[in-house]
Design a protein. Structure first.
Length: 322
């Protein structure tokens, strides 16, 4: 197959490019580098099966030649990013989804939308099944991301029903692994970097809010299976093992062997109190479930950040000595 992956230079998009290439497919990557990094796809440059187009997907999208699939992963995805780029976040969820769906229609290609567990908001149902409609504040600061993804789901289903486009929707729960940005504001990267630097671990509230953490390889496996399945309705892909934020912090400190203390700050507005996927449908329709436990995934992830922190320290020492 030949597929287009938007957001190809991002954390998830770059891993997805790797997976499709490993399976023998051809990949066209697209990114405008608002939050993505050229470093994430540098290893793919020179691969004859990989093409890259620097482009903002909220504008008209042109890709020459046949396409068998369009996977729309372009979007700021961490609170730090979508609060810094609220309007681009809304535009990539609305206009970007519209333009990429239009391309899929023109190419008669299968379409996969990267949605999010944030469509459930601060949930009143726990764990969250795909049938739950969510509890979202549309005018709160997080609404720019939550509602952009909810709109994107609605548009994807409209194109499926009205134009007959072959569509898939994945609702992604908290995911971590190499290629996350150290300053992206996500809890796993925050805790690891703070622990490696010896800085206080920042915990919002009392740290009793819960999250479910999926290692990136597990997530990519689930998305790949969903793309090649015949499942049209939204599908949760995430790890149902639930941890409090305090438990995550303690585990990171243990693995890093850090003596960092803790700093407590007020909970951000509309911060979800719980987050846990019901993956019954993924298990039954995709024969998928996560394989990597949180402790093992952190051990795979921490060396990546350790290298970045060491480089950061070396640069600082060079500047001081210079």
């Amino acid at each position: 197959m030949r597929v287009l992956i938007t957001g190809a230079a991002g954390f998830l998009g770059s891993h997805l490019c790797d997976r499709f290439l490993q399976e023998g497919h051809k990949v066209v990557g697209m990114d405008n580098f608002v939050t993505g990094s050229p470093d994430n796809i540098a290893h793919l440059i020179g691969n004859s099966n990989f093409e890259f187009i620097q482009h903002d997907v909220t504008n008209f999208v042109y890709v020459g030649g046949e396409l068998d699939g369009v996977l729309h992963f372009a979007s700021p995805a961490s609170p730090v990013d979508y609060l810094e780029f609220p309007i681009p976040t809304l535009k990539v969820g609305s206009l970007g989804t519209h333009k990429s769906l239009g391309l899929a229609k023109a190419k008669n290609a299968r379409y996969l939308l990267a949605s999010t567990s944030e469509v459930y908001g601060d949930p009143k149902v726990h764990p969250q099944p795909e049938s739950y409609w969510g509890h979202v504040n549309p005018v709160g600061p997080r609404g720019v991301y939550d509602e952009a993804k909810r709109f994107a789901e609605a548009m994807t289903m409209a194109y499926h029903r009205f134009h007959g486009i072959d569509t898939r929707i994945v609702r992604i729960f908290n995911t971590y692994g190499p290629r996350m940005r150290p300053a992206d504001g996500r809890v796993v990267s925050n805790f690891i970097v703070q622990a490696l630097r010896g800085d206080p671990i920042t915990i919002y509230g009392e740290g009793q809010q819960t999250r479910s953490f999926t290692y990136v390889d597990d997530l990519v496996e689930g998305i790949y299976r969903l793309f090649f399945s015949d499942r049209v309705d939204p599908t949760n892909i995430g790890n149902p093992d639930e941890f409090t934020i305090q438990e995550l912090a303690d585990l990171v400190l243990e693995i890093v062997a850090s003596r960092s203390g803790f700093t407590h700050l007020p909970l951000p507005e509309d911060d979800p109190r719980t987050r846990q996927p019901d993956i019954t449908l993924a298990r039954s329709t995709l024969d998928w479930q996560p394989r990597v436990a949180l402790r093992d995934g952190l051990k795979k992830t921490i060396p990546y950040f350790a290298t970045l922190v060491e480089k950061e320290g070396a640069t600082a020492r060079t500047l001081v000595s210079g």
